[in-house]
Write a protein that binds this ligand. Structure first.
Ligand SMILES: Nc1ncnc2c1ncn2[C@@H]1O[C@H](COP(=O)(O)OP(=O)(O)O)[C@@H](O)[C@H]1O
Ligand SMILES: [Mg+2]
Length: 244
């Protein structure tokens, strides 16, 4: 029961079918790497999981820990334990990172956290990431460097502690430092004694997979999963490309 089940998912966007029957199971605690050429539908799958209004599910279903969320709104999905990181997170002038995180926290928790308690939680987590507290008071993502955006994303994971995270890192051009932030940050999260975080990570970067050591590697092409394997598959793709 503790898993995300994606069953025969068909998804259309702007009147055109993009996903043609995707089946995938992500178990609790697993890291699954989703790879595939540009335009194969990886981001569409990620966005469909979070209930993006443009992604119309025409058949199939998505089940989280036994609950069918195929037709649920994004906030219900977040409450069920899903977390989606965006490839291009929005800059929101006037809303600070700290305010955003507290709003997101209160959105998914029954008990509302006081500003004071939240500030304490945030300071503790930011310190663990060696993150400057200046960033917390800055407008969300305003003038954040690539590495700072990544740190704020990992901070978000730490604060919200979702069960399932979908990280769409494709095309984000992470430099080596940002890769380390993401890789080590996620590993810290996963190694916590109470952790049972599962991750579906979309990436072309082998280096990131060296940090994350995926349990499954899944290759998508033209809206379908064409191969599944272990870490060796990522290596094979680096050597031979996506021409099977
Ligand atoms: N907003 C959109 N409207 C219409 N088509 C889209 C939109 N976003 C993506 N697509 C199409 O969906 C297909 C899959 O794209 P995408 O999911 O972004 O692939 P990937 O993340 O694997 O590069 C492509 O053909 C792309 O043109
Ligand atoms: Mg993409």
């Amino acid at each position: 029961m503790a898993e995300v089940i994606i069953e025969n998912l068909h998804v259309s966007r702007a009147g055109k079918e993009i996903l043609h029957g995707v089946d995938l199971i992500v178990k609790r605690g697993e890291v699954v790497a989703l790879m595939g050429p540009n335009g194969s539908g990886k981001s569409t799958l990620a966005e469909t999981l979070m209930g993006h209004p443009e992604c119309l599910i025409t058949s199939g279903r998505i089940i989280i820990d036994g609950t069918d969320i195929t037709l649920s709104t994004p906030d219900k999905r977040a409450k069920a334990g899903l977390f989606l990181s965006l490839q291009n997170p929005p800059e929101i002038p006037g809303l600070t990172l700290a305010e955003f995180l507290r709003a997101a926290y209160n959105e998914i928790h029954e008990e509302q956290i006081s500003a004071r308690d939240f500030r304490r939680l945030l300071t503790e987590k930011a310190a663990a990431l060696h993150m400057s507290t200046d960033l917390l008071a800055r407008g969300l993502n305003q003038g954040f460097s690539g590495g700072e955006r990544k740190k704020s994303e990992i901070l978000q994971l730490m604060i919200l502690s979702p069960k399932y995270a979908v990280l769409d890192e494709t095309d984000s051009g992470l430099d080596v430092d940002a890769l380390r932030v993401v890789g080590e940050g996620i590993n810290t999260l996963r190694s916590a004694p109470t952790a049972s975080l599962s991750i579906l990570v979309i990436t072309h970067q082998r280096k990131l997979l060296e940090y994350l050591k995926p349990d499954q590697v899944i290759i998508m092409s033209a809206g379908q999963i064409i191969r599944t394997g272990g870490s060796k598959l990522a290596q094979e793709i680096e050597e031979k490309g996506y021409n099977f």
